[in-house]
Design a protein around this ligand. Structure first.
Ligand SMILES: Cc1cc2nc3c(=O)[nH]c(=O)nc-3n(C[C@H](O)[C@H](O)[C@H](O)COP(=O)(O)OP(=O)(O)OC[C@H]3O[C@@H](n4cnc5c(N)ncnc54)[C@H](O)[C@@H]3O)c2cc1C
Length: 492
């Protein structure tokens, strides 16, 4: 009789893994319980540098099955790790303490589209982009648009309160979720929020969004749909100096213009995009800004003129205005594919997700350049400049001994610089495993204690996604040095 990893952290509970696996198979069907190494290995990592091989992955097909699996895991006294598409960049879906990984990928149906009430009711495994695809012909869209939107799931978006290029104008996921159906730790199914905006009482739906899978599993969501805008103007401003580009961002927002999106890519990112899938960005530029204005025609035309003037005044050597939808989509294709394109420059990259007040952008970009030079590491920057949300991607080759430690140290310096500039250690990717050692840079013990109490209300045993978000003495570097399959309790 063997024990499933994770049980040893939970008192004296002895769990026969075979019993648990049998029970799981009865709930979801044989083919949806994965235990063989060749089947579970694809679930050992997300988009981050964290990696733990799961012992069992379950793919339920309905809310009832999710509730059944949660009850079985509770009886076995093992952790539960929800997983969407696994594109997260902070290790959130990695089974750090073992237990049961619940993949929501099969629950991918759009259940209802109500364009009069402007809502969509969806299952958590629905891919972000598919919501907009389903309503575009009716003149609507779902605003949160992570650059991973062709792959990431609505459940993951909700758990991480994800943003995207258009966050600047429309806000993050929490602004577009009216209600969630959630399976709690004892298998009960509850609705937080609903179909109507602004319900009375505590905003429990708001508390759930951004909880990174630590308080329950989303099994349905009511999403707010937005009306497509009458007119869209997209501009690409080209700069020979990064400093001029960052100053332009400050000037645009300082002039009272709120573009729908204001994105930046630096020279290395442009090189990656143009090497992988060229879209016509100028390879010799130090930085480009992608600016999008949406609204009624008169205001977007006027806004585009003002943005052009500001860019030119700050020394842009050219501003291209997309002449049609095809050109606009081409400009965006480069930006949305930029992370993937970095693979053309290095075998590995480590994505950071710091935030600074916009006015500090010029200074923080200089600091990042300095960190890059001191560590002898190339850093490609592609980010949501309009809201000060940086994504410095540290390029490296994991096969070079000692390289990863340098990368992690450089990443930590960047985060510390962001906090010192009055910003944050994450804008949208979450804390997960990767950043929990740094959360103390932002929050006091009193703050963290208050958050832990909220978590306990939903999940008294800390069964959902243990070892995430909350600080432990362990650092990211120490975690990473642990062997790939980490016995639970070794480093937590
Ligand atoms: C190329 C690339 C570009 C990206 N661009 C952006 C961007 O622009 N903006 C942005 O915000 N992020 C971005 N990301 C990060 C990532 O795509 C988002 O965090 C996304 O929301 C994760 O969704 P997922 O389905 O992949 O979730 P996963 O990675 O599977 O899980 C993420 C977290 O959500 C939890 N979770 C998943 N499903 C559920 C559920 N049903 N119930 C409860 N908890 C759940 C998991 O436990 C985990 O903690 C990018 C990632 C990549 C690889």
């Amino acid at each position: 009789m063997s024990e499933l990893t994770g049980t040893r952290n939970r008192g004296n509970a002895k769990m026969n893994r075979d019993n648990l696996f049998r029970e799981l198979r009865q709930i979801v069907g044989d083919q949806y319980v994965l235990v063989e190494k060749e089947d579970v290995i694809v679930y050992e990592q997300d988009g981050s540098i964290m990696q733990v091989l799961p012992e069992v992955v379950v793919l339920p097909g309905s809310t009832e099955q999710v509730a059944g699996v949660v009850r079985a895991a509770r009886r076995a006294n093992v952790p539960i790790v929800p997983r969407g598409s696994g594109t997260g960049l902070a290790g959130g879906a990695v089974p750090a303490e073992g237990g049961v990984v619940i993949s929501l990928a099969r629950m991918n149906r759009i259940l209802e589209l109500d364009l009069r009430d402007r809502i969509a009711v969806v299952e958590p495994g629905v891919i972000n982009q598919d919501v907009t695809k389903a309503v575009a012909a009716g003149g609507f869209f779902f605003a949160p648009d992570p650059s991973s939107q062709a792959a990431c799931s609505i459940g993951g978006n909700i758990a991480n309160n994800s943003g995207g290029p258009h966050t600047l104008a429309y806000g993050v996921t929490t602004n577009h979720v009216l209600g969630v159906e959630v399976v709690l730790d004892d298998g009960r199914v509850v609705w937080l929020g609903g179909r109507a905006p602004d319900p009375p009482g505590y905003d429990l739906c708001g508390a759930f969004v951004g909880s990174e899978g630590t308080v329950g599993i989303v099994t349905k969501a009511v999403l707010r749909l937005m009306r497509s805008r009458e007119s869209v103007r997209t501009l690409l401003a080209i700069f020979d100096r990064m400093d001029a580009a960052t100053q332009t961002v400050v000037d645009i927002t300082g002039a009272g213009i709120v573009p729908a999106a204001l994105e930046m890519m630096d020279r290395l990112t442009i090189e990656a995009v143009e090497t992988g899938a060229p879209v016509g960005y100028p390879r010799d530029a130090d930085a480009v800004l992608l600016v999008e204005l949406e609204g009624v025609r008169e205001s977007t035309e006027r806004g585009a003129r003002v943005v052009q003037e500001i860019c030119t005044r700050r020394g842009a050597r050219g501003v291209r205005v997309a002449q049609d939808d095809a050109e606009r989509l081409r400009l965006w294709k480069g930006r949305k594919g930029a992370f993937g394109a970095l693979g053309a420059l290095a075998p590995n990259y480590y994505v950071q997700d710091g935030v600074v007040p916009r006015s500090r952008l010029p200074e923080i970009m200089r600091q990042i350049a300095d960190i890059s030079a001191r560590y002898h590491l190339r850093i490609a920057n592609v980010f949501h400049a309009g809201d000060g949300n940086l994504h410095p991607n540290i390029l490296f080759d994991i096969r070079i001994p000692g390289e990863l430690d340098k990368v992690i140290a450089a990443g930590e310096e960047i985060l510390r610089a962001c906090v010192a500039a009055g910003g944050s250690i994450t804008g949208e990717h979450g804390i997960g495993l990767e950043k929990k050692a740094y959360i103390g840079l932002l929050f006091s013990d009193v703050d963290l204690d208050a958050m832990a109490k909220v978590r306990k209300v939903f999940d008294p045993d800390g069964r959902f996604n243990p070892a995430k978000m909350f600080p432990t003495p362990i650092t990211c570097a120490e975690m990473r040095r642990a062997p790939a399959k980490i016995p639970a309790g070794l480093w937590i």
